[in-house]
Ligand binder design. Sequence first.
Ligand code: BDR
Ligand code: CA
Length: 312
Amino acid sequence: MKNILIDCDPGHDDALAIMVAFANPEKFNILGITTVGGNQTLAKVTKNAQNILRFLKADLPLAAGQAGPLVKPLKTAPEAHGESGMDGPYFDGEDYPLCEQNGVGFLYQKIIEAEGKVTLVAIGPLTNIALLIKNYPQVMPAIEKIALMGGGISHGNQTPLAEFNIFVDPDAAEIVFQSGLPIVMAGLDVTEQAEITLTEINRLKNRGKVSNLAFELLSFYNQSGRQFGFIHSPIHDLCTIAYLMAPDIFKGEYADIHVITDNSPARGLTYGDFRRMAPEPKHTLVLKEVDRAAFVKLLMDALAKLDKQVTR
Ligand code: BDR
Ligand code: CA
């Protein structure tokens, strides 16, 4: 069983990553969840995390982290995730409790209190994680690895060259990639293969309470993706959790990854030296392929499990 901390900006695909992790308590000991400004403002993504956790009847500590990037102002993504950051479903009910501690201090505390090493699952801009490394370097030996969604070797989505999470806070991303910690990078190279089709999305409708929530999330997300040319929906963030559960369904290659942080058109670009002669060390496993059918099955199975747990 892996100790994990999930740092996120829900976000439709963030929500699905949380759900799948929560559905598999035999694989994951979720020590807590932190939010970071990204897909929407910190207030909105934190509200979304609260809504998901309450819906799941979860009892996991949640803390809000940094509202914006280290250097630049926050760039949000309403075109992909809507004004709320997680448009589609309607949530009502009580608020889910929020820890008073800032997310960065919360991550530090959870890591030092943990029994055994901790894996960080980072599926938003890397602001909180960079500050954790900078402000509390003593936690580094206790971090097993960072599984992150971000970047892309072949292309971007926010710009031709930069993926959204890295584009939002490239300075933080460079700190994380150059920290020396073992990293698994689920960038666009692999996450755009991790698609769910509209037919598969429609199978979730009224299958159970949690499947239906996933249906509502994915229906919105599929629709918004069409303006960017996607017919099917890449569930980017879920690749991190899927890799930790089933690494054999992925293929990747090791490299040392850097991020362009200047104000050129390449701002936010992630690059690595994949030549055989590339110097060591290569800390980052860059995922390049995924077995799509196995990936979708992992999601479907997790939702079916949650349907049995959450009945009202
Ligand atoms: C990433 O950007 C966000 O919009 C998604 O939640 C994901 O983390 C994909 O580029
Ligand atoms: Ca995200």
